[in-house]
Design a protein around this ligand. Structure first.
Ligand SMILES: Nc1ncnc2c1ncn2[C@@H]1O[C@H](COP(=O)(O)OP(=O)(O)OP(=O)(O)O)[C@@H](O)[C@H]1O
Ligand SMILES: C[C@@](O)(CCO)CC(=O)[O-]
Length: 312
């Protein structure tokens, strides 16, 4: 039996969309930030023949048995194995993550990033951002349907991102006014379903839905100058106004509405869902640490499964 096991490592952080989710799919700008306190780490290890898996057929069978939920990851792994001409390499992948899944925090993009990095590290190959994003977006498009690419861009950026679909990714130096509080509804929101909900709105009432999407984009542009100038009080109302439109588009959820109301009543300057919605998390803006703690406690008392406080 071989003794020196080869190993590959990869990691990525979560993302949070401040403004512009959904509208970004239709060409409007969005602002998203890295969330470094939530991370995913992957270790890829080659398994020696006879150690765990008896033969290559068994390996294929196990990949095929992965739940549908993992289709994006399964396809990504097959593509990576093919790239390195190791289609039949038996391996194990260990995932260590504190990013909650299906909550709009980019867990799928962070996992796809970590896996891609782990394979390149394992094969000692150079990986530039362009190639990395191609692999991650390939995986994301299987999970999300019509993805804009914002999740992949942000889980791979150390700075806030100004994102416009199909354009060069721009990082921006913004001052985050106050603190952000994330509250997890505990509900798994399916991104593909949320995207389909907006598509349905566009079919049912095209003019209204298009106007809503354009308005979301306008808020993002206003927010950019507010954030650059660090005006805490101008930003909160934009969060609230965006939430109203996301509700019109049908991607909120009664539990999200309840958490958002709770945050505002506890002193948040603004609050909205973040990510695809239909579940997942909300983000609230607090003027200072005392307010942030009060908002976080109120959220926990009113049904949040988890809360996080952070600043940029
Ligand atoms: N720790 C993990 N272990 C295994 N699979 C994971 C893990 N984290 C994420 N995944 C993968 O990511 C998928 C969840 O992705 P989904 O797009 O529904 O949520 P998300 O990425 O958290 O949300 P969003 O895209 O709105 O930010 C899971 O189905 C699974 O394939
Ligand atoms: C809902 C959406 O706008 C954000 C998901 O995090 C989809 C996308 O842009 O890919």
């Amino acid at each position: 039996m071989e003794s020196n096991q080869r190993i590959g490592h990869g990691e990525a952080h979560a993302k949070l969309i401040l403004l512009g989710e959904h509208a970004v799919v239709y060409g409007q700008p969005a602002i998203a930030i890295p969330v470094n306190l939530l991370k995913i780490r992957v270790t890829l290890t080659k398994i020696n023949h006879g150690q765990f898996i008896e033969d290559n057929d068994e390996l294929r069978r196990r990949l095929e048995l992965m739940e549908d939920d993992f289709e994006g990851i399964r396809q990504l792994i097959l593509r990576l194995l093919l790239k390195f001409d190791e289609e039949f390499m038996p391996f194990s992948l260990e995932i260590d993550s504190n990013i909650p899944r299906g909550r709009g925090l980019g867990a799928s993009a962070a996992l796809a990033t970590s896996i891609t990095k782990a394979f390149f590290d394992f094969f000692d190959a150079e990986l530039d951002t362009k190639e990395l994003l191609t692999f991650v977006n390939f995986s994301e498009s299987i999970v999300h349907g019509r993805a804009s690419g914002i999740d992949a861009a942000t889980v791979n950026s150390d700075k806030p991102v100004w994102f416009v679909k199909n354009q060069e990714i721009e990082t921006i130096d913004i001052e985050m006014p106050g603190l952000l509080v994330i509250g997890d509804s505990g509900i798994h929101g399916l991104t593909s379903q949320a995207i389909a909900t907006v598509q349905q709105k566009l079919r049912e009432d095209k003019l209204q839905a298009e106007a809503d999407i354009e308005r979301l984009g306008t808020y993002v542009k206003q927010a950019r100058s507010i954030l650059i100038e660090n005006k805490v009080y101008g930003f909160g109302p934009i969060l609230n106004a965006s939430q109203e439109i996301l509700e019109n588009l049908g991607v909120s959820h009664p539990k999200l509405d309840n958490l958002i109301t709770t945050a505002r009543e506890a002193g948040a300057l603004g609050a909205k869902l973040t990510g695809s919605g239909l579940g997942g998390v909300i983000v609230a803006l607090a003027a200072n640490a005392t307010d942030a703690i009060r908002i976080s406690q109120a959220l926990s008392k009113n049904g949040a499964q988890n809360t996080w406080i952070f600043s940029l």
